[in-house]
Ligand binder design. Structure first.
Ligand code: UN1
Length: 495
């Protein structure tokens, strides 16, 4: 018996989709069908938007601290259900249990941060130029938010968008990735159990084409929050631009770890291994370039390759496994294709990996060997394009300036890292690296939710998630002038 999961629209759960159903398959074991989901289309999007619109005014008038209390309860429920959700997430997405637990934990952290923000939501009060007059600014909700999320962080990324959206008084239409819809159902159940009003959160399952695009194009949706590839982000950006729709894009990365000649090499190796192969390389923040000082490059690569080959790959439900499968067959083909491109590039040399894992249980999943290329130079496609898999390329540099210049030679600018013991080098890197996130002596992955998350250049359109900066996406500013002089006072004229 396959579990049947449902859409949630206007306070009702429904297992039927206007386009039939689709199955969610365990990428570590394709015999395991995680569930069957309603394949939805424009019809369901229209109904979800209507419900979210109808619910908006009442929800927006609930005091923000009260909305925050509901979100606090959602965080508490997430704590209670953490283990079950983590196991389900590993089954549908593939990443190992410690990581899916971490993914839920990131959702919990986000809940408690958003809940506290319900008692802050600061604006400014300022003096006015004219006597007996006061100025202040307040944050207002935007309206109906369309939230479109990826499969690599099935809980954390939806919470990054939905908790602040709700806390700010917006209502939501949520389309999770069709590779990880079950975690999304668990999230919506939690929101409802915590007391989010009917119609405030609506869940529509389906593909980007059949559900995502109708959401982007829908005049009843005021804001789109999207995390995914830069290619799709560009299309969404064009469509939202034509409608003057608010849009927050969180897109790709080609993140690098710099290792200087004075670095603690053991630490840098551990960081590189975790950054490159954690989540099977399927993070926007994954380390996909190693920028190595020529004095340590050879030694570093030798040890890195040795460690990469020893990683235990398998079903993430097995606690001894360190690296799970890729999310689906298509993703594995994309990764393998990049490996082929790399092998054909000039002088790039593949030192390990480059193939599917086969035999026994491996034949039933989408497993790929950790892959390392050396002799890579800046112009090569494998040095420039996001691969989103367990593939890392090493580039050699002569100096700190060369390292930073090489790191910055990318159309992306999400995460970055430098390993050095030299405080001057570290501060120069903090200033000069073109990325939204820079780690000193830490890997490129592992952002905490109390700091802004997002990137420069083609990684997005200038917005940040997490921390208080996310409020700038999910609220409109309103400036208010209160004149209690009892007479007409003309700004800039009555001086
Ligand atoms: C992502 O890959 O899109 O910083 C999100 C990290 C995680 C979030 C990654 N906290 O690696």
């Amino acid at each position: 018996m396959v579990d049947k999961y449902r859409n949630h629209i206007s306070g009702k759960w429904s297992a039927t989709g206007s386009l039939g159903t689709f199955k969610n398959i365990n990428p570590a074991d394709t015999r395991d069908i995680v569930g069957e989901f309603p394949a939805s289309g424009k019809e369901e999007v229209d109904a979800a938007v209507a419900a979210a619109r109808a619910a908006f005014r009442k929800w927006s008038l609930v005091p923000a601290p009260k909305r925050g209390e509901i979100i606090k309860r959602a965080g508490d429920l997430m704590v209670e259900r953490k283990e079950d959700i983590a196991r389900l997430m590993t089954r549908e997405m593939g990443k190992i249990l410690i990581e899916t637990r971490g993914d839920v934990q990131e959702g919990i952290d986000t809940a408690y941060y958003a809940a506290g923000e319900g008692r802050r939501l600061f604006g400014d009060t300022v003096p006015c130029e004219l006597p007996n007059k006061l100025g202040m600014s307040i944050r207002c909700p935007v309206g109906v938010c369309g939230v479109i999320t990826p499969w690599n962080f099935p809980m954390a990324i939806p919470t990054w968008k939905i908790f602040p959206a709700l806390m700010c008084g917006n209502t939501v239409v949520f389309k999770p990735a069709s590779d990880t819809p079950a975690t999304a159902v668990k999230f919506v159940e939690i929101l409802l159990d915590a007391g989010v009003h009917e119609g405030v959160i609506n869940l529509v399952h389906g593909t980007g084409k059949t559900v995502g695009m109708p959401m982007v194009e829908h005049p009843g949706i005021q804001l789109i929050g999207f995390t995914g590839s830069s290619g799709v982000g560009r299309i969404i950006g064009e469509k939202c631009g034509a409608q003057l729709k608010r849009l927050s894009l969180e897109l790709g990365g080609k993140n690098a770890e710099i290792v200087m000649d004075d670095a603690n090499l053991e630490l840098a190796l551990e960081g590189a291994l975790w950054g490159a192969f954690g989540t099977t390389g399927q993070r926007c923040t994954a380390t996909s370039r190693l920028i190595l000082h020529k004095k340590i490059s050879k030694r570093f690569v030798e040890q890195f390759v040795e460690k990469a080959q020893k990683l235990r790959i398998g079903n993430g439900l097995d606690e001894s496994v360190q690296v799970g499968p890729l999310v689906n067959a298509g993703q594995r083909d994309i990764v393998h294709n990049y490996v082929k491109i790399g092998r054909e590039e000039d002088k790039a040399t593949m030192l390990c990996g480059g193939e599917f894992l086969t035999g026994g249980d491996y034949d039933r999943g989408f497993f790929y060997k950790p892959t390392v290329f050396v002799n890579v130079t800046r112009g090569m496609r494998i040095a420039k394009e996001e691969i989103f898999g367990p593939v890392v390329v090493a580039l050699e540099v002569e100096s700190l300036d060369d390292a930073i210049e090489t790191l910055n030679d990318s159309s992306y600018g999400l995460s970055s890292s430098i390993y050095t013991q030299d405080v001057n080098a570290a501060f120069k890197a903090m200033r000069d690296i073109e990325a939204g996130i820079t780690y000193i002596n830490g890997p490129t992955i592992g952002a905490e939710i109390q700091l802004p998350f997002g990137g420069m250049k083609n990684t997005g359109n200038g917005h940040r998630e997490s921390s208080h900066t996310v409020l700038d996406t999910y609220t409109e500013w309103k400036s208010i002038y209160v004149d209690f002089s009892g007479k007409l006072q003309r700004a800039q004229i009555d001086t």
